[in-house]
Structure formats: C-alpha cells, structure tokens
Design a protein around this ligand. Structure first.
Ligand code: GDP
Length: 424
C-alpha cells in the first residue's frame, strides 16, 4: 500500500496529485478526518472540492473506501455524492463507494458543541471549521458514540433519539442556540438511510485481500503533518492523526505492507487558523502571495496565513512520515521573484536547530534565512524536465540534499496535466 500525506499545515495541493496518480491504483482509501477538509480536483474543467469522498471517485475502475478512523457526517456525505452525481454520468458510482462499518458517525448536535467551545470565552479558540469533528472523536474515545454499522441495527432510531435528546438538553442548558430537535433528527436519519445504499462493510478485510491479490491501494490523508493531534502544533491541530502511520491504524493495514510514502509540500507555506507559524509574513508582501496563490480556504473561503518554506519543520515532517518521494507544488506562484527565501534553521533560546518539532517554544523561533535565486519562466507552459528553469532546478536540488529524498513530481499549475515527473 502507498500513502500520500501533506507535510505542512494542509492545502499543499494533495487533491490534484492524488487525482493524477490514482489512475494507477485499484483502491483509494481515506484514512482520517471528516468533512472538515477539502481536496480540490478538476473534473471536466470544473473545480470540485471533495470532503469525505476519496479522490479516485471519477475513475470508473477504482473502488473508493472511507476507512475506519474517518468520521462521517451522513448529511454531508449524501450532499457530496449527489453533487458528484450531477457532474458524472457514471451509473456505478454508488457501487464504488465502500464505507467501514466501524467508522464513527458525526451526530447533528456535535456541530453545536463545536460552536459552544469555539465561541465561549472560558475555552480555547482553536479556529475549527465547526463541523463537529472533534466532538465525534471525543465521544468515540468516551465510548458513547454510534457507528456506521449501527445504522443497520433495529434499535438505531431509538438509540439516535436517546443520544440526541440527552445532548440537546445539555446544550440548551448551556444556552447554545439550536434549531428544533425534530429537524436535526429527521435530516440525520435521512442521511443515514442514504448511506445504506453504499456498501457498509469490513473495509480492512477488503483492503487486505486486495493487497494479497497484488492490487494497488493508495491511502489518502486529509489535513497534514503539522496538524496531527499528537505530533502537530497542539492545541492548534486537528482532532485526528494525520501522519503516514495513521493510515495503518485508520485502514487496518500492517506497517509491513507499506511501500511508497508520498509527501506533498508547497514551495512556500500556509496555515489556516491560530497557532505557531515561524516563517509567517504579513503586510503587502503577504497579501500579494495570498492573492497570487489563491490562498483562501476551499471550504470556508477564509484567507490563509502565508509564509516562506520552513526547512526545519519540513525535515521533521519527512522524518515523522518516512517520506520516500517528495511532491513539490505551487513553485509557479513564486515565479518572477528575484530571490526565494527559505528558512534553513531556527534560533530558539540561543540555540540553532535545523530540525524542529514546531511546538513548546517559550520564545518564538527566529528563522535563519537562505536566499536562493528566483526563476522567471511561466511554469504551466513547460512539460519536460529539460525546460525547468535552472534556478528552480537548484531550488529542487537544495531540497533534495537537505531532506535526503528525491523530488518525484513537480506540479506546475492547478490543472491535472500541469505536472512534470522528475524522478523514477
Ligand atoms: P489539498 O487540501 O492539499 O488538496 O489542497 P487544496 O485543494 O485545498 O488547495 C490546493 C489548491 O491549489 C487547489 O486549487 C489546486 O488546484 C491548486 N494547486 C495544486 N497544485 C498547484 C500548483 O502546482 N500550482 C498552482 N498554481 N496551483 C496548484
């Protein structure tokens, strides 16, 4: 099984790369998160944001698996499938979506818990998307939640009614504004009954049997390394594990069966929401980079914070994930710059660090910069290694040397075909 993950704070352009390489696979499997992240891909020149559906959805030969550690909002999944159905004539679409019966359901009250925590002054404001993801994982750990397989139980409606009533009463007592409970209940059940049309199954068995038959499986991660609940910039992280090893847990596949690990990084850095960002830039330079890079949330349209490439953090991400192949995106956005800044080390409390877990710093790390020569060639016009401008080649060699892994793909624009294969 191969794995593809983001190496920064998300939005690295994973969707485009998965969309492109997925044609070589038999199964694409999502292993973490919920409908809080979006992968943007192009289908028939239309930009589509997939939130829960794996990115192989537009290839008729691919099975798409939503794995055990994913949390599923049935209302959101139903809407997403219906949206995809409006742009594809594939009549087998529904048959190609398999959902783990052990995946947890996002109950409609969980969004309101998110709102309550985010908006109450006595709690930390994380900057979540308020999709109810963290409350779902919390209730999973508390062993109070219900799972996709429960939809098939005869007691399902009664169980949902009981949990919703209890949570509704708690939220009301806290003064949280909410719609009528009946509305939440009815919409949720409608979403759940739609899910029954999909294959609700033991996805870990399907994946392992496919691997035994030498079929190719790609595990697709949502969010990214520095947002990992354990290894990211806690508390400003997502509520699931996002790193490569989480694919094994999330899909039920042994670490012995992992082959390639693709890590995607932009040629610069962005992050959404609060939290440490050592190489952040502000002011008109940041506005320019944000506009040029279209750095606004694909779900939320929130402006992303922007900054330069952060090598100590990237080295950490490559190490934690065991990346075998690097994918570099958005180098085209830096086109036309005289010099491209890269942070090569941090100075923290008088110490210089070239590899760093970006966390637990009393004093913000001071980036130490290296300036590489910029390039000035519209990259989306080129499609061969020999046409890559020499300055960008030096930028790539510098990364390869520092990270000790090859850059396999150079993405040269947002479209599917805007990509150059650099290595073998
Ligand atoms: P993801 O969550 O990692 O899949 O990232 P998003 O989909 O949120 O954001 C990536 C955006 O950048 C999408 O609109 C992509 O089409 C676009 N994109 C991906 N690679 C490139 C690239 O190399 N250059 C440019 N200009 N855009 C890219």
């Amino acid at each position: 099984m191969d794995i593809l993950i983001g190496l920064q704070w998300g939005d690295e352009g994973k969707g485009k790369i998965i969309d492109l390489i997925s044609r070589d696979y038999d199964i694409i499997a999502r292993f973490n998160g919920g409908a809080n992240a979006g992968h943007s891909i192009y289908h028939k020149d239309k930009r589509i944001t997939l939130k829960l559906l794996p990115s192989g959805i537009f290839y008729p030969h691919i099975k798409n698996i939503i794995g055990t550690a994913v949390v599923i909002d049935p209302v959101a999944l139903k809407a997403e499938i219906q949206q995809v159905q409006t742009i594809t004539s594939d009549s087998d679409l529904i048959d190609r979506i398999l959902v783990s019966q052990k995946a947890h359901l996002v109950l409609p009250t969980y969004k309101y818990w998110d709102m309550y925590y985010e908006d109450s002054p006595q709690y930390r404001t994380i900057g979540t998307t308020k999709n109810g993801i963290a409350p779902t994982y919390s209730n999973k750990i508390l062993r109070q939640n219900i799972r996709v397989g429960d939809i098939l139980s005869k007691d399902f409606e009664t169980d949902v009614f009981h949990i919703l009533n209890q949570q509704y009463a708690e939220l009301e007592a806290l003064g949280q504004d909410m719609p009528e409970i009946q509305e939440l209940y009815t919409n949720f059940l409608e979403g759940c009954y739609f899910l029954k049309k999909l294959q609700i199954t033991d996805t870990e068995i399907i994946i392992n049997e496919a691997l035994r038959e030498n079929k190719k499986v790609l595990a697709e991660g949502a969010q990214a390394t520095l947002l990992d609940i354990d290894h990211g910039t806690y508390p400003y992280v997502t509520s699931s594990n996002t790193i490569a090893s989480a694919a094994c847990v999330g899909l039920g596949v042994s670490p012995k069966l992992i082959d390639k690990i693709y890590g995607v990084t932009k040629a610069y850095c962005t992050r959404v929401g609060n939290g440490i960002f050592p190489t952040e830039i502000t002011g008109s330079l940041a506005d320019e980079l944000r506009e040029k890079g279209g750095e606004f949330g694909s779900n939320t349209k929130r402006p992303r914070r922007v900054g330069w490439l952060d090598l100590p953090a990237l080295k950490y991400a490559v190490m934690i994930n065991g990346v075998t192949d690097l994918v570099l995106t958005k180098a085209d956005i830096l086109n036309g710059m005289n010099e491209v800044p890269i942070c090569t080390a941090y100075e923290i409390n008088g110490e210089t660090k070239t590899l760093a877990a970006v966390t637990f710093v009393d004093n913000a790390p001071r980036p130490i910069w290296k300036f590489l020569a910029g390039w000035d060639t519209p990259l989306n016009k080129i499609n061969q290694t020999t046409q890559v401008p020499k300055e960008l080649k030096l930028f790539i060699s510098f990364l390869e040397e520092e990270l000790n892994i090859p850059v396999k793909y150079l993405s040269t624009g947002p479209q599917r075909e805007e990509l150059i294969i650099l290595g073998n």
